[in-house]
Design a protein around this ligand. Sequence first.
Ligand code: HSE
Length: 433
Amino acid sequence: MKEVRVGICGLGTVGGGTFQVLARNASLIAGRLGCNIRVARVATRTPKDEFDLTGIPFSQDVFDVANDPDVDILVELIGGYETAKELVMTAIRNGKHVVTANKALIAVHGNEIFAAAEEKGVIVAYEAGVAGGIPVIKAVREGLSANRIDVIAGIINGTGNYILTEMRAGREFEEVLREAQALGYAEADPTFDVEGIDAAHKLTILASAGFGVPLQFEHAYTEGISRITPYDITHAELLGYRIKHLGIARRRDNGIELRVHPTLVPKSHSIAQVDGVLNAILVDGDAVGQTMYSGPGAGDEATGSAVIADIVDVARSVACGSSQRVPYLGFNPDAMENLGVLPMEDIQSAYYLRIQALDRPGVLAKVASVLSEHGINIESIMQKESEVTDGRIPVIILTHTVQERQINRAIEDLEALTDIEDKVVRIRAENFH
Ligand code: HSE
């Protein structure tokens, strides 16, 4: 039986998971592929005893893999931007195909990497970079290729979802984050998870693959979960909503919305039911309607599953003799539209507002009047006498969908009222109608 030779760079969480699944399911995978996958070289800075590398050439320098003539596919699992980029570009220059789980690399340098790969006639595959084990890039690029896709939205960071889920049960942010790190879910720098950078990387890639637009990570709006309080979680629940950290990409006539932020989602919506490290991505196509993909968004073997699926795809397309190719972003380059990212002021959303008001007559009327002056319709309002402290009371308001510009101006006017103290807390809400 023919074989395809892979070189694995990085034997951390994802590298380890990939190595283990490749070994365990070798014959099953070969059966699907029609040729064997042989690990021809492994490079990692810190070798671990738990992996049996007997007979596999090993080095601590990942560039040895990029320069090894015995390697057909370089599997980049070291993460980060700069070394990873140099490694991938070296592999491409040497005529190797690349499989990567590095969403930061693709979101930031993807346009350049794909151009280099195109020129050299090699493939760069990145399924494992988006939503861990869920084959959502395959779904968007191939399974939904008949559709015009207008919305892609969902939970695309497992660590953040794990933290929000546990906080709902009353646990502390810091403690849960440490647990997520120990479980191998978090990025090397966990601020990427909690501040939404990781999700913005993934959303950038999803939007490009779904809408056929260039990668534009630098224009993505990114807001994390570090300021979400147990109070807001509880009060959103009382209103019938759950706070989820969502990536939302929406195609509009004059641009795309590309934003990551905490979002209220109706508790009855299936996205609200997705807890823990699970991810869920909703993709709305004009022919198929709304589809949703959910599953483990992080973890060693779950992400390894997507890495291996890409190895199989690449091997099937080129290394094992067939010649099927899928364009990098699902569209042929000359069919891509040059749509830019809209400013946040132009997005449309519903809003949860928490206003710290003085507990005196007429305050609610003033709040309602400011909102009405800005054309903002109130869906629910909640204020509980039991929450009065020092003559101040939180007023929680849920609005109908409006433009972010309207809510910004209304918040400015609300904060200028003498009856309102502190900054108004605003969390965007989405009903997915
Ligand atoms: N840190 C990422 C997450 C890993 O928590 O989703 C998977 O990309």
